[in-house]
Design a protein around this ligand. Sequence first.
Ligand code: FAD
Length: 554
Amino acid sequence: MMHDQQLGSTSTFDYVVVGTGAAGSIVSARLSEDPAVTVCALESGPPDRHPYIHIPAGFIKIIFNDAYTWQFKTEPSPTVNGRSVIIPVGRTVGGSSSINGMIINRGQADDFNSWAQRGNAGWGYADLLPYFKRFERRIGEGDSLYRGRDGNIPVTDLDWQHEICEAFISGATGLGIPRNPDYNGASQPGVGYLQRCIHRGLRRSAGRMYLVPALKKSGQIDLRTHARAFKVVFDGKKAVAVRYVDERSRTVHEVKVRKEVIVSGGTINSPRLLQLSGVGSGSLLKSLGVEVVHDLPAVGENFRDHCSVRLVARAKNSKTINEITRGPALIGQILRWLTGRPSVIAVSPSLCYCFWKSDPNISGADLQLVFSPASYKNGFVGMLDDYPGMSCGVWQHRPESIGYVRAKTTDIFVDPAIQPNYLSHEADQRALVSGIALARRLLRTPQLSRFVDCETFPGDSVRTDDEVLQWARQHVGTVWHLIGTCRMGPATDKSSVVGDELKVHGLQSLRVIDASVMPSMPSANTYSATMVIAEKGSDLIRGKAAPAPAALPA
Ligand SMILES: Cc1cc2nc3c(=O)[nH]c(=O)nc-3n(C[C@H](O)[C@H](O)[C@H](O)COP(=O)(O)OP(=O)(O)OC[C@H]3O[C@@H](n4cnc5c(N)ncnc54)[C@H](O)[C@@H]3O)c2cc1C
């Protein structure tokens, strides 16, 4: 096998960071703030030069481009009528932050308090709030208790208006859902416009806002793109090096570490790399023929994702994104974008949110709905439909369905088995059916009805709860919020992989810092929480004292 080739080169650094995604870009940049430290950052994908990465509307193209993404596929599952679901993940500098929907959403204080309650000291919301503030440069309104003004990632409000969005919001308030001035502030529930990491018409990824400036400034980071890590090398229980394949020359190289290896490959790739390195369930490793370095059964388990469906309605009495992005209208929008004026070219795929309840007895919100004046084929974001329309996506904040990621072979070029078991838990089925009913109510408010010709997906033939659930099983897809496969928890918690310092249990000089360590799903898209993990993880590596917890109102 190629991985057994002779080494093409060896080199030595203080740290190796595997993956330059949302987390890896931040960790590499923060470590390089110490002038004496050297970092080797390995990225499987190419540099992030493609224009569709940086132009926000390029989202709908770049997520299908296999040069810049991992096009993973889930194992077929009876819970989604035997289907495989495609899961695109970023594979370039910035990782998924270079291809994501650019929504900045923290979640709720209770999400993080539950992390602390699982035995993770320093991971409650008051502890993490200084890190939420640290990564962001909020441009727009926001209470300074909650919002940061000096961080690397600009967080802006939508500057492109559309009458259908206004009608969606006023229709929701008519249903008794309050308009929330800042869902990233004191509380989340309500309706309004989404905040985005788009500034001056461009996506602001973690790659561009952390790693690239650090590369230019310090000279201490050696960024190696096209470098796919396939093994962490151990001396006994201590991580001492990483081996990777150069994807262009197919030669094998080794990078030795003086201090630590940091795995930031994301929720699918990080556990897979650990498994191929001999860290994982003993029986899985034996079946793969991998020598067991450390038997850690939770590696790759506890996988969770938000699965969603998008309802679509045909629009009338207005021009939607479907028409605005075609022909002469598109040229007009491009000209507006080029001259720095509000344009559809610089919007995120979802424009409005509604955080609300699947059951009136729930305090807070357990559902996320997202809305845009655009219709997508079969509700699949990325494929604009031929007719004018609008769509409303819905998912449950904290899914109970649990799956896994398990390597299938020792070949790093063969995708692992990914099984999310979407909608396997009854609570998830109930919440989604109720969320779809809410989405329908929102599409039928008097304010929005003026613009709705008819619901096209699923359409009126799908009525009863059983029919709705069956439709959902047939059409749910990922919203790309993958977490949990290297779960954080005390060593006594057998479902965990890393402790609260993000060190892998039972091993030395090895941490995992990315979305995979989240113990449970935040009530949010996962980019913000990932950046917090990376900011805090960097402090932990550097031995920096944690900032004082925020003084939150009781
Ligand atoms: C299409 C899409 C849309 C999304 N939309 C939003 C949104 O709007 N808002 C939000 O909050 N969240 C969103 N997310 C989720 C968010 O982007 C992720 O939660 C976050 O990026 C996870 O960060 P990470 O560092 O764990 O992994 P990633 O950002 O995925 O980075 C992992 C990096 O490691 C590299 N890598 C992996 N394995 C190896 C290896 N063996 N060797 C070398 N390099 C390797 C990968 O190529 C990648 O660059 C979206 C995600 C996707 C994919």
